[in-house]
Ligand binder design. Structure first.
Ligand code: AMP
Length: 552
């Protein structure tokens, strides 16, 4: 029997229209580094998104599902692009501004971006790449920056436009097409530690459903009473879905633009008083150090989403002490990204909540999960059996993009034959569905046939009052195959005492898992989205660049 319900496609244009009318007074506030931030209402953003769509169609010839790149900070214009490009039937391609030049070139060419919208302040990055981007027909420049960097472009290069001039005077409404909800809306390439980056293409439907989940009380619980500080870059998995979710629920956005250092972040929180924020642990570590040295009031934030890498429990504790509650989330580019969030079950005391809060969290209805053991058999959710996490759901990728004009999909063994995503993350799931990750499969330390969790060692080390950051990697060992190497960043003024650190670890970690090799580093190397870059640490060790002390 067929249902009697209307089959209305789930489209981003619907999110745009809804947000800019029903929630027209909500705001996108962009930090400018000057006395006053820039404020634009959702109604204005909606009108300008329509103008942008007209401009892209009429002046840049975008009439199909071409990829349109954005090389931009988090700001109101980037939100306009987020809404306009998919709504008109094109595909938003967010470009990671921290990628090395060759990867950016590869990605723009792979997606065949026809237009790129760039912030003026990023022209020093983009201008030298232009001769290598043959598919690029139009470049739209927004905001302050040195335009003279584009002076040398020869006749064969893209046509240059000023964002504000391009959209000025265009109609403020657009007849958004009725697209297939399964068609491509946005794309994002994984930060790719090995091999070429892999493109994930989100559909209108997946983004729509993901946005609803983001707002649900078991996830970020956002309403039109909230303002969210979107620190997570718009090029990192659609800023974790926030620009769409906010338009759906009228949540105001506070956008840091290029002011991502701890001091301006602390200032903007104190002045604008957001109620929610989202960022990777590195940001929260930096902000904590900043407000410890120069106190600011962060207590407007009732709820902070922390994810993208494991949140050390000690960080959560430190924020609890200053009245800010961190909520741990797990996800991937391939999962849109919301996979889990660590809201505890209802009705528990603070003490009872703690063991739940330090997990990666539980799965929402839209994410099915299973754990695969090393022999391929699936493991029980008993909180003990550790295996590789596999997930499936309406906002989880089922394939990688094959490249413009070529194969539609690129085969990859990340996807099981029965259609699940193999996450590469290893962990356990409790009987009530809370996930605790112990490692990336490739970061697990295999010592004498037993596994050591690098993450557990890092969390324990970062609980030491003199340790600012710690990253643990596997290094080759003649006797055990692999053993852990601990690299440590000390807090200002602290002096290193490896024996004391090892003794501290021994109070929390089994003796056979304790690292023998230690190295002091100035900073843990980070990936383009601010996660520990263990590949670099392993290379530094192999090349003899670390000053390693052995404690047997
Ligand atoms: P990306 O696609 O670049 O965002 O990377 C996704 C990967 O980040 C996941 O597969 C995990 O390895 C890691 N990750 C994300 N969130 C967490 C978390 N809360 N705890 C531990 N690892 C995480």
């Amino acid at each position: 029997m067929l249902s009697t319900m209307q089959d209305v496609p789930l489209l981003i244009s619907r999110i745009l229209t809804h947000g800019s009318t029903i929630h027209g007074k909500s705001q996108v506030t962009t930090w400018t580094g000057e006395a006053e931030p820039h404020r634009r209402s959702f109604a204005e953003v909606g009108a300008r998104a329509a103008q942008l769509a007209h401009a892209l169609r009429d002046s840049c010839g975008v009439t199909d599902a071409s990829a349109i790149g954005t090389l931009m900070w988090n700001n109101a214009e980037h939100v306009e692009a987020y809404l306009a490009i998919p709504s008109m039937g094109a595909v938003l391609h967010t470009l990671n501004l921290r990628l090395p030049a060759e990867q950016l070139i590869w990605i723009v060419n792979h997606a065949a971006d026809r237009v790129v919208i760039v912030n003026g302040s990023l022209l020093p990055l983009l201008a030298p790449l232009l001769p290598h981007l043959p598919t690029l027909e139009h470049l739209v420049v927004s905001g302050p920056g040195d335009r003279s960097l584009l002076d040398d472009i020869d006749g064969g290069g893209p046509q240059i436009h000023e964002y504000e001039e391009l959209i000025a005077g265009r109609p403020t409404t657009y007849d958004w097409p009725q697209l297939d909800e399964r068609s491509a809306a946005a794309m994002c390439y994984t930060s790719g530690t090995t091999g070429d980056p892999k493109g994930v293409v989100y559909s209108h439907r997946s983004i729509y459903l993901h946005s609803m989940q983001v707002n649900m009380s078991e996830s970020m619980a956002l309403t039109d009473q909230d303002t969210t500080l979107v620190v997570v870059p718009q090029f990192h998995v659609n800023a974790w879905g926030l620009p769409h979710a906010t338009f759906m629920s009228g949540v105001s956005m506070l956008m840091p633009d290029r002011f991502l250092q701890p001091a301006p972040l602390a200032d903007m929180i104190e002045r604008e008083r957001p109620t929610h924020a989202a960022a990777v642990p590195t940001i929260w570590q930096g902000l904590l150090a900043e407000v410890t040295a120069h106190p600011r009031d962060l207590t407007s934030m009732r709820n902070v989403t922390i994810g993208g890498a494991a949140c050390p429990p000690s960080l959560m504790e430190a924020y609890d002490k200053i009245g800010v509650r961190l909520c741990h989330a797990w996800g991937m580019t391939e999962t849109s990204p919301l996979g889990t969030m660590s809201n505890p079950p209802a009705g528990l005391s603070a003490e009872e909540e703690w063991p739940y809060r330090i997990t990666q969290g539980r799965f929402p209805a839209g994410v099915e999960a299973r754990l695969a053991g090393s022999d391929g058999a699936f493991l029980p959710w008993d909180g003990v059996s550790a295996g590789e996490l596999e997930v499936r759901g309406p906002w989880i990728a089922g394939a990688y993009f094959g490249g413009a004009g070529g194969e539609d999909f690129r085969p990859d063994d990340k996807f099981s034959p029965d259609g699940w995503l193999r996450t590469g993350d290893v962990g356990v799931i409790s009987p009530d569905g809370y996930l605790t990750l112990t490692d990336r499969a490739k970061d697990v330390i295999k010592s004498g046939g037993e596994w050591i969790s690098s993450q557990e060692l890092e969390n324990a080390l970062m609980a030491h009052p003199e340790v600012a950051e710690a990253a643990v990697v596997a290094v080759p060992d003649t006797k055990w195959g692999e053993r852990p190497l601990a690299t440590v960043v000390l807090r200002p003024g602290a002096t290193v005492d490896y024996a004391a650190l090892k003794a501290f670890l021994a109070t929390r970690i089994a003796k056979w898992q304790l690292p023998e090799r230690w190295a002091l580093v100035e900073a843990v190397p980070k990936t383009s989205v601010g996660k520990f870059d263990k590949k670099v640490i392993r290379r530094q060790y192999a090349d003899g660049e670390l000053d390693v002390t052995e404690l047997r």
